[in-house]
Design a protein around this ligand. Structure first.
Ligand code: SF4
Length: 296
Protein backbone atom coordinates (compact mmCIF):
# COMPACT_ATOMS: atom_id res chain seq x y z
CA UNK A 1 0.00 0.00 0.00
CA UNK A 2 1.43 3.39 -1.01
CA UNK A 3 1.48 5.69 2.00
CA UNK A 4 3.01 8.73 0.38
CA UNK A 5 3.08 9.68 -3.28
CA UNK A 6 5.13 12.71 -4.27
CA UNK A 7 4.92 13.96 -7.84
CA UNK A 8 6.99 16.67 -9.56
CA UNK A 9 7.64 18.54 -6.31
CA UNK A 10 9.13 22.02 -6.70
CA UNK A 11 10.38 24.60 -4.26
CA UNK A 12 12.03 27.93 -5.11
CA UNK A 13 13.31 30.61 -2.80
CA UNK A 14 13.20 34.16 -4.18
CA UNK A 15 16.40 36.16 -3.74
CA UNK A 16 17.38 39.76 -4.37
CA UNK A 17 17.20 41.18 -7.92
CA UNK A 18 14.51 38.72 -9.00
CA UNK A 19 16.77 35.69 -8.81
CA UNK A 20 15.39 32.31 -7.78
CA UNK A 21 17.13 29.58 -5.80
CA UNK A 22 15.88 26.28 -7.23
CA UNK A 23 15.93 24.13 -4.08
CA UNK A 24 13.74 21.28 -5.35
CA UNK A 25 12.99 20.66 -9.03
CA UNK A 26 10.54 18.03 -10.27
CA UNK A 27 11.22 15.44 -7.58
CA UNK A 28 8.94 12.37 -7.55
CA UNK A 29 8.97 9.30 -5.33
CA UNK A 30 6.66 7.01 -3.36
CA UNK A 31 6.89 5.34 0.03
CA UNK A 32 4.95 2.20 0.89
CA UNK A 33 3.74 1.37 4.40
CA UNK A 34 6.69 0.21 6.50
CA UNK A 35 9.18 1.12 3.75
CA UNK A 36 12.39 3.08 4.34
CA UNK A 37 13.52 5.61 1.74
CA UNK A 38 16.88 7.34 2.11
CA UNK A 39 17.30 10.84 0.66
CA UNK A 40 20.98 11.49 0.06
CA UNK A 41 23.08 14.26 -1.42
CA UNK A 42 25.54 16.94 -0.41
CA UNK A 43 24.47 19.96 1.56
CA UNK A 44 22.36 22.21 -0.66
CA UNK A 45 20.95 19.24 -2.58
CA UNK A 46 17.41 19.98 -1.38
CA UNK A 47 16.99 16.98 0.90
CA UNK A 48 16.10 18.91 4.06
CA UNK A 49 13.75 21.16 2.07
CA UNK A 50 11.88 18.06 0.91
CA UNK A 51 11.54 16.94 4.57
CA UNK A 52 10.14 20.35 5.47
CA UNK A 53 7.70 20.27 2.53
CA UNK A 54 6.40 16.85 3.57
CA UNK A 55 5.81 17.92 7.15
CA UNK A 56 4.15 21.20 6.21
CA UNK A 57 6.96 23.46 7.46
CA UNK A 58 7.33 24.82 3.91
CA UNK A 59 4.78 25.18 1.13
CA UNK A 60 5.55 23.71 -2.28
CA UNK A 61 5.65 25.89 -5.41
CA UNK A 62 4.54 23.01 -7.61
CA UNK A 63 3.80 19.30 -7.71
CA UNK A 64 1.70 17.20 -5.38
CA UNK A 65 2.16 15.42 -2.05
CA UNK A 66 -0.53 12.75 -1.60
CA UNK A 67 -0.95 10.86 1.65
CA UNK A 68 -3.02 7.71 1.90
CA UNK A 69 -6.37 8.96 3.15
CA UNK A 70 -7.75 5.51 4.04
CA UNK A 71 -5.47 5.38 7.11
CA UNK A 72 -5.53 9.11 7.89
CA UNK A 73 -1.76 8.91 7.60
CA UNK A 74 0.17 10.96 10.14
CA UNK A 75 3.64 12.28 9.36
CA UNK A 76 6.08 13.47 12.00
CA UNK A 77 9.51 15.03 11.71
CA UNK A 78 12.53 14.10 13.83
CA UNK A 79 14.74 17.18 13.76
CA UNK A 80 18.48 17.28 13.31
CA UNK A 81 19.32 19.04 16.56
CA UNK A 82 17.87 19.26 20.05
CA UNK A 83 17.62 23.05 19.63
CA UNK A 84 15.13 22.56 16.81
CA UNK A 85 13.23 19.69 18.44
CA UNK A 86 12.95 20.73 22.07
CA UNK A 87 11.80 23.95 23.68
CA UNK A 88 14.42 24.77 26.36
CA UNK A 89 11.76 26.32 28.62
CA UNK A 90 9.61 23.16 28.65
CA UNK A 91 10.14 19.99 30.66
CA UNK A 92 10.86 16.88 28.60
CA UNK A 93 7.31 15.70 29.31
CA UNK A 94 5.83 18.90 27.90
CA UNK A 95 8.16 18.74 24.91
CA UNK A 96 6.98 15.21 24.13
CA UNK A 97 3.35 16.34 24.62
CA UNK A 98 3.88 18.89 21.80
CA UNK A 99 3.93 15.87 19.47
CA UNK A 100 0.32 15.11 20.40
CA UNK A 101 -0.77 18.26 18.57
CA UNK A 102 -2.69 21.34 19.61
CA UNK A 103 -6.10 19.73 19.70
CA UNK A 104 -5.26 16.88 22.04
CA UNK A 105 -4.87 17.19 25.78
CA UNK A 106 -1.74 15.81 27.39
CA UNK A 107 -1.65 12.12 28.21
CA UNK A 108 0.97 11.43 30.95
CA UNK A 109 0.60 7.63 30.74
CA UNK A 110 1.12 7.60 27.00
CA UNK A 111 4.06 10.01 27.26
CA UNK A 112 5.73 7.82 29.91
CA UNK A 113 5.19 4.71 27.76
CA UNK A 114 6.63 6.44 24.70
CA UNK A 115 9.63 7.65 26.73
CA UNK A 116 10.24 4.10 27.94
CA UNK A 117 9.96 2.72 24.39
CA UNK A 118 12.81 4.98 23.23
CA UNK A 119 14.97 4.08 26.25
CA UNK A 120 14.34 7.32 28.14
CA UNK A 121 13.90 6.87 31.89
CA UNK A 122 10.49 8.42 32.79
CA UNK A 123 12.22 10.02 35.78
CA UNK A 124 13.88 12.39 33.28
CA UNK A 125 10.49 13.72 32.14
CA UNK A 126 10.47 16.46 34.77
CA UNK A 127 13.84 17.83 33.63
CA UNK A 128 14.56 20.54 31.07
CA UNK A 129 16.53 19.76 27.87
CA UNK A 130 19.80 21.26 29.18
CA UNK A 131 19.63 18.92 32.20
CA UNK A 132 19.94 15.74 30.12
CA UNK A 133 22.67 14.40 27.80
CA UNK A 134 22.82 14.79 24.00
CA UNK A 135 21.83 11.15 23.52
CA UNK A 136 18.86 11.57 25.87
CA UNK A 137 17.83 14.74 23.99
CA UNK A 138 17.88 12.77 20.74
CA UNK A 139 15.66 10.10 22.33
CA UNK A 140 13.30 12.81 23.60
CA UNK A 141 13.08 14.24 20.06
CA UNK A 142 12.21 10.78 18.72
CA UNK A 143 9.61 10.32 21.49
CA UNK A 144 8.03 13.68 20.56
CA UNK A 145 7.67 12.45 16.98
CA UNK A 146 6.41 8.98 17.98
CA UNK A 147 3.86 9.91 20.64
CA UNK A 148 1.11 10.51 18.08
CA UNK A 149 1.80 7.07 16.54
CA UNK A 150 2.62 8.29 13.02
CA UNK A 151 2.70 5.98 10.00
CA UNK A 152 5.61 7.94 8.51
CA UNK A 153 8.64 9.45 10.23
CA UNK A 154 10.77 12.01 8.43
CA UNK A 155 14.24 11.95 9.99
CA UNK A 156 16.55 14.79 9.03
CA UNK A 157 20.13 13.71 9.77
CA UNK A 158 18.91 12.44 13.17
CA UNK A 159 22.38 11.59 14.48
CA UNK A 160 24.45 14.38 12.89
CA UNK A 161 24.77 16.38 16.10
CA UNK A 162 25.60 13.37 18.30
CA UNK A 163 28.90 11.89 19.46
CA UNK A 164 29.96 8.88 17.40
CA UNK A 165 29.50 6.63 20.43
CA UNK A 166 25.82 7.65 20.73
CA UNK A 167 25.06 7.62 16.98
CA UNK A 168 25.03 3.83 16.65
CA UNK A 169 22.69 3.41 19.64
CA UNK A 170 20.21 5.96 18.23
CA UNK A 171 20.29 4.38 14.76
CA UNK A 172 19.65 0.96 16.33
CA UNK A 173 16.73 2.43 18.26
CA UNK A 174 15.18 3.93 15.10
CA UNK A 175 15.60 0.62 13.28
CA UNK A 176 13.99 -1.33 16.15
CA UNK A 177 11.06 1.08 16.44
CA UNK A 178 10.50 0.96 12.72
CA UNK A 179 10.30 -2.83 12.70
CA UNK A 180 8.19 -3.11 15.86
CA UNK A 181 5.68 -0.47 14.76
CA UNK A 182 5.86 -0.93 10.96
CA UNK A 183 6.58 2.77 10.56
CA UNK A 184 7.70 4.03 7.17
CA UNK A 185 10.82 6.21 7.16
CA UNK A 186 12.06 9.03 5.02
CA UNK A 187 15.66 9.09 6.18
CA UNK A 188 17.61 12.20 5.17
CA UNK A 189 21.38 11.74 5.28
CA UNK A 190 24.62 12.57 3.53
CA UNK A 191 25.90 9.11 4.49
CA UNK A 192 25.11 6.38 1.97
CA UNK A 193 26.37 3.60 4.24
CA UNK A 194 23.91 4.57 6.98
CA UNK A 195 21.13 4.73 4.38
CA UNK A 196 22.10 1.24 3.24
CA UNK A 197 21.65 -0.04 6.79
CA UNK A 198 18.38 1.77 7.49
CA UNK A 199 16.50 1.86 4.17
CA UNK A 200 15.07 -0.28 1.38
CA UNK A 201 15.25 2.41 -1.31
CA UNK A 202 17.44 5.42 -1.95
CA UNK A 203 16.96 8.66 -3.84
CA UNK A 204 20.13 10.55 -4.75
CA UNK A 205 19.66 14.30 -5.19
CA UNK A 206 21.97 16.72 -6.95
CA UNK A 207 21.16 20.44 -6.79
CA UNK A 208 17.50 19.70 -6.15
CA UNK A 209 17.06 17.20 -9.00
CA UNK A 210 16.85 13.40 -8.88
CA UNK A 211 20.12 11.86 -10.07
CA UNK A 212 19.25 8.26 -9.23
CA UNK A 213 16.41 6.44 -7.45
CA UNK A 214 15.96 2.75 -6.74
CA UNK A 215 16.39 -0.23 -4.41
CA UNK A 216 19.27 0.61 -2.09
CA UNK A 217 21.24 -2.62 -2.68
CA UNK A 218 21.06 -2.29 -6.47
CA UNK A 219 21.99 1.39 -6.49
CA UNK A 220 24.87 0.91 -4.10
CA UNK A 221 26.31 -2.22 -5.65
CA UNK A 222 26.06 -0.96 -9.27
CA UNK A 223 25.43 2.81 -9.27
CA UNK A 224 24.38 4.01 -12.72
CA UNK A 225 24.89 7.74 -12.22
CA UNK A 226 28.37 9.31 -12.03
CA UNK A 227 27.28 11.43 -9.07
CA UNK A 228 26.16 8.37 -7.09
CA UNK A 229 29.55 6.82 -7.83
CA UNK A 230 31.27 10.00 -6.67
CA UNK A 231 29.29 10.00 -3.44
CA UNK A 232 30.06 6.34 -2.80
CA UNK A 233 33.75 6.69 -3.52
CA UNK A 234 34.12 9.74 -1.31
CA UNK A 235 32.70 7.90 1.71
CA UNK A 236 35.18 7.47 4.59
CA UNK A 237 37.48 4.48 4.08
CA UNK A 238 37.26 4.49 0.25
CA UNK A 239 40.53 5.23 -1.52
CA UNK A 240 39.47 5.06 -5.19
CA UNK A 241 37.85 8.48 -5.25
CA UNK A 242 35.90 9.32 -8.40
CA UNK A 243 37.24 12.58 -9.74
CA UNK A 244 34.62 15.26 -9.40
CA UNK A 245 36.83 18.29 -9.90
CA UNK A 246 35.37 21.67 -10.69
CA UNK A 247 33.05 24.00 -8.88
CA UNK A 248 29.47 22.86 -8.45
CA UNK A 249 27.02 24.95 -10.48
CA UNK A 250 24.95 27.38 -8.48
CA UNK A 251 21.35 26.45 -7.64
CA UNK A 252 20.48 30.11 -8.34
CA UNK A 253 18.80 30.29 -11.76
CA UNK A 254 20.60 27.12 -12.98
CA UNK A 255 20.60 26.33 -16.71
CA UNK A 256 17.49 24.42 -17.77
CA UNK A 257 19.17 22.79 -20.76
CA UNK A 258 22.17 21.05 -19.22
CA UNK A 259 23.11 18.36 -16.76
CA UNK A 260 23.82 20.28 -13.55
CA UNK A 261 26.67 17.90 -12.70
CA UNK A 262 28.52 18.50 -15.99
CA UNK A 263 31.38 20.61 -14.67
CA UNK A 264 32.25 18.05 -11.98
CA UNK A 265 31.60 14.90 -13.98
CA UNK A 266 34.49 12.80 -15.33
CA UNK A 267 32.23 11.44 -18.11
CA UNK A 268 30.80 14.76 -19.31
CA UNK A 269 30.54 15.46 -23.05
CA UNK A 270 29.26 18.40 -25.07
CA UNK A 271 25.77 16.85 -24.96
CA UNK A 272 25.81 17.15 -21.17
CA UNK A 273 26.45 20.89 -21.41
CA UNK A 274 23.60 21.56 -23.83
CA UNK A 275 20.88 19.03 -23.02
CA UNK A 276 19.16 18.13 -19.78
CA UNK A 277 19.15 14.36 -19.10
CA UNK A 278 15.70 12.98 -18.27
CA UNK A 279 15.10 10.18 -15.79
CA UNK A 280 15.34 6.82 -17.56
CA UNK A 281 14.03 3.55 -16.12
CA UNK A 282 16.85 1.01 -15.96
CA UNK A 283 14.85 -1.74 -14.34
CA UNK A 284 11.53 -1.88 -12.59
CA UNK A 285 11.70 0.78 -9.85
CA UNK A 286 15.25 1.92 -10.69
CA UNK A 287 15.82 5.21 -12.52
CA UNK A 288 18.70 7.54 -13.24
CA UNK A 289 19.17 10.79 -15.18
CA UNK A 290 22.35 10.70 -17.23
CA UNK A 291 23.19 10.80 -20.96
CA UNK A 292 26.01 8.27 -20.60
CA UNK A 293 24.84 5.79 -18.05
CA UNK A 294 26.75 2.65 -17.05
CA UNK A 295 24.29 -0.20 -17.16
CA UNK A 296 25.02 -3.51 -15.51
FE1 SF4 B 1 27.95 13.25 -16.29
FE2 SF4 B 1 26.81 13.87 -18.59
FE3 SF4 B 1 25.76 12.00 -17.07
FE4 SF4 B 1 25.64 14.55 -16.36
S1 SF4 B 1 24.67 13.61 -18.12
S2 SF4 B 1 26.14 12.86 -15.06
S3 SF4 B 1 27.58 15.28 -17.07
S4 SF4 B 1 27.76 11.93 -18.08
Amino acid sequence: MTLLDVKALKKYFPLARGQLLHAVEDVSFAIKAGDGLGLVGESGSGKSTIGRLLTGLELADGGTISLDTSTDTAVQLVFQTAEEALNPAFTIERNIAVGLGKNRSSDPKRIAETARSVGLDPELLTRRPHQISGGQQARAGIARALVSEPELLVLDEPTAALDVSVQAAVLKLIDRLRRERSIALLFISHDLEVVRLMCDHVLVLYLGRVAEYGPVEQVMSAPAHPYTRALLSSAPGKSNRVRSAGEALSPIDPPGNACLFHNRCPSATETCRTSKPELITLRDGWQAACHHMERS
